[in-house]
Design a protein around this ligand. Structure first.
Ligand code: NAD
Ligand code: ZN
Length: 253
């Protein structure tokens, strides 16, 4: 018997458009720590469960060095990590179907490095920066070398990380893209991979697809709040199931 149920393989063969939502779990196999749980970001030896506080808008305003300490360590780990079979399988699916969109909560850049193109990185990018004074945007090249708060090359103001911190709004333009990709034209298949699905903007596209009678799939070793709402729950690793899904999807472009 194969990895996927027969009725899922049949359904996947008919799919022409795919929407995928990913969380920290897809990068776990690349060695990037997840958010919660053992070895997760919250286990940071210096910050412990105070990491959430370090990554918040009030801390950035009061003590940006503290926010940068956590961000630069995370960014360095992401640079050292490599995409895994799950990331590559999503890029392969994108190349096969007529329309594909990847909504990710990850800031690790691994989807882009694996070749995915139509990405909505709703929480930003760990290497992006913006000046808190003049607004100029930039990119970090060597995050491991950061000490304190990095300075703007244009005006010498303090830089902020280009990620959405706790207590901050989502970027309006990216929210509009979610609307276009997942609601205006609901994809034939929506997959949710490696996320505890805590945020409404992550859960709603899956529910919208289910309501529209589209194929919905979850890949996660553990049960989550979204599990009861999907057609197929695949209990296991993204790096194992996603290549099987890519193989079952027909080339239509
Ligand atoms: P989470 O840490 O809350 O949950 C991770 C989920 O992945 C869990 O449900 C777990 O069961 C599952 N999982 C673990 N290993 C897996 C595997 N091999 N295959 C499939 N699933 C697996 O993560 P979240 O829901 O994405 O929320 C995390 C938040 O933290 C996001 O807002 C994100 O921006 C941020 N974050 C990002 C990164 C990153 O960029 N890689 C890492 C940590 C946190
Ligand atoms: Zn500046």
């Amino acid at each position: 018997m194969g990895l996927l149920p027969e009725d899922l393989i049949k359904a996947l063969a008919r799919v022409r458009s795919v929407g995928t939502i990913t969380g920290a779990g897809i990068s776990a196999e690349s060695g990037v720590p997840t958010y919660r749980g053992k070895g997760g970001l919250y286990d940071d030896p210096e910050e412990g469960d105070r990491t959430i506080e370090a990554l918040s808008a009030p801390t950035l305003a009061r003590d940006p060095d503290r926010t940068w300490r956590v961000i630069s360590a995370l960014a360095q780990r992401c640079l050292e990590a490599k995409p895994n079979a799950g990331h590559y399988a999503l890029a392969e699916i994108e190349a096969k179907v007529e329309r594909f969109c990847l909504l990710t909560q990850n800031v690790d850049g691994l989807h882009g490095r694996a070749g995915s193109k139509n990405i909505i990185d709703i929480h930003g990018d760990r290497l992006a920066t913006a000046c808190m004074d003049c607004g100029v945007e930039g990119r970090l090249t060597d995050p491991g070398m950061i000490r304190g708060t990095p300075r703007c090359p244009v005006c010498n103001g303090r830089l902020r990380p280009g990620v959405v911190l706790f207590g901050e709004m989502l970027p309006v333009e990216k929210v509009a893209r979610i609307e276009r990709e997942f609601y205006a034209h609901v994809p034939d298949c929506v997959m949710i991979v490696g996320t505890t699905a805590q945020f409404p903007y992550i859960v709603m596209p899956v529910l919208a697809a289910a309501q529209a009678g589209k194929l919905t799939i979850e890949i996660n070793p553990e049960e989550t709040d979204i599990s009861p709402a999907v057609d197929f729950t695949l209990r296991g690793k993204a790096g194992e199931f996603l290549p099987a899904i890519a193989a079952a999807i027909s080339t239509v472009r």
